[in-house]
Structure formats: structure tokens, C-alpha cells
Design a protein around this ligand. Structure first.
Ligand code: NAD
Length: 491
């Protein structure tokens, strides 16, 4: 499947020196008049100085996308697929460089950066199958001589707003299928990760041969270009991945646009991991550990509540406590570090507030440790009540609440008693019992005997309730990024 890339065309250190915007195929400084420093959250080293985008840069990006989309949509499906196959070759050739950026810019541990690199690669391979997946229909109707056809077409321009936690993957999760289906894209990455969330991705696609203007990246303060981005009349679809409050705001602003648009929202979570009385304790402990502490707990699917049947509760708390005490935290670049730095100071404030809340509530602190810079040692609180603020909010940090449930019915009630409904998990040795339990959980995704963090590029991804609207990946994202056109012929 893969095509070879001529590495001799690469500049010596091409993935350094990012400084601004990528608009209409041109790398240029933003014209807003301010420069934002891009920091390493572990040691505060400055990685890049980004001249911020202005409203006119934003307009230029959408205009470039609109103009470039017409030709791009006419490109043969095999030629569009080839761009993604070349991008995969670039990803392979530059694996260490890309992983290095993820570690430096987003505080990813080496383990998490490797997972993210793999997710991006898989997403690109999946995108290579999509140009041929946009298939229409010919439908019989009750009228002599009438032929009813439904054509599946690209929507036009897609606007993408992405977060900092899995920046390269969560940007690419929208960008790759949107492009593959013949759309053009304007991407606004988080200001915490302008390179891995946007500019580096654009560099990969540029080197893979994507024509100028088909992908544009605008880096700017949300207070300056955010609402104008959401309200802009050019994009026909807007996808947002981030927190629920910002998602609500963006949906509201997008509703004010002079042209109506479709909105996909992938928002926050409060994933329960339920351990039933017949669970394999060791497997549940290790899933609850990885599911809570991978990437410092800053994943929308992170296990936010561990709900354990009373019959196993004491044994679970003891085993979990001793497993968590062995977790390595600190320098994200060391190969066995599981917990690196939080991404920014507002994250740090939010996580320390969660810890303070748990202490004020008198929950049993089984594991605690120092906070050094932005690295927060893992914390575990047991005997947490499901209706406490501590358990009701998305913690987004390395802090694990354990909740005792009297029985399966109470565990189910606790699992569903949340405004969120993204991911979830249940542990039981009885597969049929697990399936029956899973079917009653109000969530977009439920995993039986596995961690709450699961994302495959060809399998549906999405949430219920305040965790979002719409679906990502595979044939689901094909529907989001295409539109149907009924054309009839009378003979
Ligand atoms: P956030 O909502 O603060 O920001 C997300 C993005 O929106 C950033 O790029 C930010 O710059 C931008 N933004 C903020 N205000 C804006 C505005 N007014 N207009 C336009 N853009 C604006 O979220 P975050 O802190 O970056 O990410 C963490 C949150 O994202 C968590 O709640 C997490 O659960 C959620 N998340 C969800 C998924 C999912 O797939 N469901 C995946 C990852 C993260």
C-alpha cells in the first residue's frame, strides 16, 4: 500500500522554525500584531514564537479553502488516496522527530506519544480508503420513466477546532477524512499546541503533495478569532473537539452564521469503570490504572470514576493502591514514565482544586504525592460518594476516585448518574452479564473487560448527553463530511 518518499527533498531540519500561519500554501507570520510563545510544559523551554492570526488572516484562509476545494473535489479518488499513503511514509520516516515534538510541546510521555503517532498513522491509512467510500444510490420510484439518483458529494469547506491533549491525532481525526472526501479544511489548533495540533500536520500533508489551499492552519487567540471562526459563512461543517462549555458556546455562535452549518461536537466525559462482583480483579486494577493515569488523566475517555461492587471493594482498593504507588511520574522523555506534566497552568489549578475538594469532603486519601512544577504525582481517594462535586466533574488529571456500590443495580445507577456519556467500561467474568450491563449504560462507547480509552479509525467514536453530537471515524465520518444530492431524470 505504501509509496516511497524521496527523503532527499527534505530540508535538513524542516520541522523546526514554525512561526506563524499556513494559508493558501504559504508559510507566513500572522498579522494580528502579537506573538505567542509556545512552551514546553515540563521545563518551560520556548519551542516556537508564533505571530498570531488576525481576522483578515482568517478570512484569507477560508477564501483559500473555498477556492482550492473545487479542483480538489475533482481529483481522482486514487490520487487523493495517494496523498495519504505518502503522508504515512513521511510519518514513518519522521517517527522520532514527530514523537519528540509531542513530548516537548504537549507534555506527552514517550509511551503516550507513541500511541498518538500510531493513531495518526492508522487514521491516515483509513483516510486512504475514503475517496472511494463516497457512494451514491439509484432508487426505484413509482413513476414511469423516472430515475431517482442520490449523489454523495463533499460538503465543501470544513472548519476544525481541536484541543491540546491529543493534538496531532484529534486534528487529523477531522482533517484526514474531510480532505479524503474532497473537502478543503481550515484548522484552528489550540494555542497550547500550535505545532503538533496544526502546523506540523500541515507540513506533513504539504510534503505529501496536498495542493496549496486545500488545508489551511490559523493560529490565534480564541478571544480574537474564535467567534469569527465559528460564525464564518464559508464552512458548511464545523467540528469541535474540546470541553463541554466551549462546545456549547461554539454551537451557539455557529447558529448565528448567515449560512446554516452542520456541527460535530466531541466534548468532555466522566467515564465510569464498573467492577462487578465476579470480575477478574487483577485485570480490573490494571485497566483502571492505565485508564486513569495515561497522559496524566487528560483524555476525554479517561476513567473518571471507579465504581466497585461492595463484595470486592476492600480487595480492589488495596490492590489498586499498591499498583498506583509503583507508577513512575516525572520526566516525560524517560521511556517508562506514565505520568508527565499537565499541559498548562489552568490545568494545574483545576487538578489541584479537585484534590482540595476531595480532601475537604473527607474522602480517604490512599495515595498522594508531591506536585513539582506541572507534574502532579498520582492521587487515589476511596469511599468517594457519587453525588459529590469531586465525582460529578471531569477531573482531567492524575486523580482517581473509587466509589463503593452495594450491588449491580446501584453500580448501574451510579454509572448513569452523570450529565456526560462518552466512554465507559464494565468488568465481569460473565460475558452475557457484561453485555446486558453495557446495553443499559447511557454512553456512546462501552468496553467489556478493557480500559475506557479505545479509538479505532474505522469504528464509531462519539458520545451521548453533554459529551457531544455526531460521530467520528469510518463510515460515520463519511456521513458527517459529505452531503446527499437527489437528482432525478425523467425519460
Ligand atoms: P477547550 O474547550 O478549552 O478548548 C478546545 C479548543 O477550543 C482549543 O483549541 C481552544 O483554543 C478552542 N477555543 C476555546 N474557546 C474558543 C472559542 N470561543 N471559539 C473558538 N475556539 C475556542 O478544551 P481543552 O482544554 O483544549 O481540551 C480538554 C477538553 O476537551 C476536555 O473536556 C476533554 O474531555 C475534551 N475532549 C474531548 C474529546 C472527545 O473526543 N470527546 C477529545 C479530547 C478532549
Amino acid at each position: 500500500m505504501q509509496q516511497n518518499v524521496d527523503l532527499s527533498t527534505f530540508r535538513p531540519n524542516p520541522y523546526d522554525g514554525f512561526s506563524g500561519q499556513y494559508i493558501a500554501g504559504v508559510w507566513s507570520a500572522g498579522t494580528e500584531g502579537t506573538v505567542a510563545l509556545d512552551h514546553n510544559p515540563y521545563d518551560d523551554a520556548v519551542l516556537a514564537e508564533i505571530a498570531q492570526a488576525s481576522l483578515s488572516d482568517l478570512d484569507r484562509a477560508f477564501a483559500a479553502a473555498k477556492a482550492a476545494q473545487i479542483e480538489w473535489a475533482r481529483t481522482l479518488p486514487g490520487d487523493r488516496a495517494a496523498v495519504f499513503l505518502r503522508a504515512v511514509s513521511i510519518l514513518d520516516a519522521r517517527k522520532e522527530e514527530i514523537i519528540g515534538w509531542l513530548i516537548r510541546e504537549s507534555g506527552s510521555t514517550r509511551i503516550k506519544a507513541g500511541v498518538e503517532w500510531g493513531a495518526v498513522r492508522a487514521g491516515m491509512l483509513e483516510a486512504a480508503t475514503m475517496p472511494a467510500a463516497a457512494q451514491g444510490h439509484i432508487i426505484p420510484v413509482d413513476k414511469p420513466g423516472k430515475e431517482a439518483r442520490v449523489y454523495k458529494k463533499p460538503v465543501g469547506v470544513v472548519g476544525v477546532i481541536s484541543p491540546w491533549n491529543f493534538p496531532l491525532h484529534l486534528s487529523n481525526r477531522s482533517v484526514a477524512p474531510a480532505l479524503a472526501l474532497g473537502n478543503a479544511v481550515v484548522l484552528k489548533p489550540s494555542n497550547d499546541t500550535p505545532v503538533t495540533g496544526g502546523l506540523l500536520l500541515a507540513k506533513i500533508y504539504e510534503e505529501a503533495g496536498l495542493p496549496a489551499g486545500v488545508l489551511n492552519v490559523v493560529v490565534g487567540a480564541s478571544g480574537v478569532i474564535g467567534d469569527a471562526f465559528s460564525r464564518h459563512p464559508v464552512p458548511r461543517v464545523l467540528t469541535f473537539t474540546g470541553s463541554t462549555p466551549v462546545g456549547r458556546h461554539i454551537a451557539q455562535v455557529a447558529g448565528e452564521s448567515s449560512l446554516l452549518k452542520r456541527i460535530g461536537l466531541e466534548l468532555g466525559g466522566n467515564a465510569p469503570l464498573v467492577v462487578l462482583d465476579d470480575a477478574d480483579l487483577d485485570k480490573a486494577v490494571s485497566a483502571a490504572l492505565i485508564g486513569r493515569f495515561m497522559h496524566q488523566g487528560q483524555i476525554c475517555m479517561s476513567t473518571n470514576r471507579i465504581i466497585v461492587d461492595a463484595s470486592l471493594y476492600d480487595r480492589f482498593v488495596e490492590a489498586y493502591t499498591s499498583a498506583v504507588k509503583a507508577v513512575k511520574y516525572g520526566n516525560p522523555d524517560e521511556p517508562d514514565t506514565l505520568i508527565g506534566p499537565l499541559c498548562n497552568d489552568s490545568q494545574l489549578r483545576s487538578v489541584t482544586t479537585s484534590i482540595a475538594r476531595a480532601r475537604e469532603s473527607g474522602f480517604r486519601e490512599c495515595v498522594s504525592g508531591p506536585i513539582a512544577g506541572r507534574v502532579v504525582a498520582p492521587h487515589v481517594f476511596a469511599d468517594v460518594t457519587n453525588d459529590s462535586d469531586f465525582a460529578r466533574n471531569e477531573i482531567f488529571g492524575p486523580v482517581a476516585p473509587i466509589i463503593r456500590a452495594a450491588d449491580e443495580a446501584e453500580a448501574m445507577a451510579f454509572a448513569n448518574d452523570t450529565e456526560f456519556g462518552l466512554s465507559s467500561a464494565v468488568f465481569t467474568r460473565n460475558e452475557a452479564r457484561g453485555l446486558a450491563f453495557a446495553q443499559r449504560i447511557e454512553a456512546g462507547m462501552t468496553h467489556i473487560n478493557d480500559i475506557t480509552i479505545q479509538d479505532y479509525p474505522h469504528v464509531m467514536f462519539g458520545g451521548e448527553k453533554n459529551s457531544g453530537l455526531g460521530r467520528f471515524n469510518g463510515k460515520w465520518i463519511v456521513e458527517e463530511f459529505t452531503t446527499d444530492h437527489f437528482i432525478s431524470i425523467q425519460r
